[in-house]
Design a protein around this ligand. Structure first.
Ligand code: MN
Length: 138
């Protein structure tokens, strides 16, 4: 039996996330690329944000949600790979009833906006879409 050590330095994420969110850095940002395993408690999610070059999410556990400010949204399940193009305003996180984790490959700077309101979050699941006007102003 052999166990390879992890880095043992899980960080709680706060300022740009709602709810309990934890992150393990797999590859610290180098040349504008960062690889991070992110764990969301049920109901936890990112703030609205956009990535300078783009982001790929590889879902590893639980049920989550990915929502674009343009109204496009879809559930995320283990094994799914989400491609988020440069500059697309969006958020991602756990459903209300499931923990959720993904490996995030983030390229370029991340521009953080407003928190996803409870109304937007609930409506995302209730109607399957968030109307564009409910995103952050500007
Ligand atoms: Mn993102």
């Amino acid at each position: 039996m052999r166990v390879s050590p992890g880095n043992g330095r899980t960080q709680r994420r706060g300022d740009t996330f709602t709810g309990g969110v934890w992150a393990d850095s797999a590859l610290p940002a180098a040349d504008g690329v960062a690889v991070t395993t992110v764990i969301f408690e049920p109901g936890a999610r990112t703030y609205w944000h956009r990535h300078e070059v783009g982001q790929v999410l590889h879902v590893t556990h639980g049920e989550g949600w990915l929502q674009s400010a343009t109204g496009e949204g879809q559930p995320l399940r283990p094994g799914d790979i989400a491609h988020i193009p440069a500059g697309e305003l969006h958020w991602h996180g756990a459903t209300p009833a499931s923990v959720f984790s993904h490996v995030a490959v983030s390229i370029g700077a991340t521009e953080w906006m407003d928190a996803v309101t409870e109304d937007d979050y609930v409506n995302a699941f209730g109607r399957g879409r968030v109307v564009a006007s409910s995103g952050p102003a500007g």
